[in-house]
Design a protein around this ligand. Sequence first.
Ligand code: GFB
Length: 312
Amino acid sequence: MRSVEKNAKIYVAGHRGMVGSAIYRKLQKEGYSNLVVRTSAELDLRNQQAVTDFFEAEKPEYVFLAAAKVGGIVANNTYRADFLYENLCIQNNVIHQAHKNGVKKLMFLGSSCIYPKLAPQPLKEEYLLTGLLEETNEPYAIAKIAGIKMADAYRSQYNCDFISVMPTNLYGYNDNYHPQNSHVLPALIRKFHEAKVNGGTEVNIWGSGTPMREFLFADDLADACYFLMQNYSEAGFLNIGTGTDLSIKDLALLIKEIVGFEGTLAFDSTKPDGTPRKLMDVSKLHQLGWKHKIELKEGIKLAYQDFLEKHS
Ligand code: GFB
């Protein structure tokens, strides 16, 4: 970050996840040498005392809070209590200790699911809390909204420079390919690949295929986070996305083509569609001077290559 000397102590919470590892790689590439990381086995961020001890010992100057319990629509709808409890614990502990230990700047990462299910599209930041949330991920959304409000409350009461960013649906290196708990894009990469190599003739797509989704490559998100840590210090939050979306059916056809599967698609109406659309308005981000670089087709090819290297 321009205003930060290269040996500033920066803590990346969640550095093993898809987002945290992308941020960690970006900071290393930019020449930051004093990076602090802990695996979840080394530091359970749900444990208040453990987080207190960690911050008192390490005294990081900057924090990227990319650690969270995350998952796709079925995971969110299945583990509703876990998504609420664990994410509230993590962000309460990290944000509070960042304040108590004089962290200069903290970035909280949320998600586009914080918006009302039927808000006007594209989603502007001011639409937050103007309507009912999407039922399948309401616990996670409530936790992330609480994180935004907590960062703002610490800015108001303690003058903390804590910022929040809301990425759209993400994919990329180190994604989660779990058959039930993953997000749609990695799930379809895995399904089409396994059908191709196993001689399958049909791939099951959850829902109707009609919902629209926007997808941002995680390395682009990391670049945006690096940019905003230098150029954004306000209450509220900023959308981070590409500003374009496509239907789940069209996404499936694109992944089918890239993977080289020649069978057919079947749509499983027993699975939820979730919110019909959640396209983000990224004009504020563009006005600040940042725009994504990796387009969807190229990104899917990169993600598929990463999948092949790690899972086959
Ligand atoms: O990515 P996804 O799980 O989450 O699902 P959301 C997006 C759409 O893809 C839904 C459909 O309409 C799914 O029914 N879909 C089709 C599939 N086939 C599949 C499949 O094999 N796996 C999955 N997972 N979906 C999440 C929120 O919502 O978005 C999280 O639940 C988070 O909290 C995340 O906010 C970014 O985009 O619907």
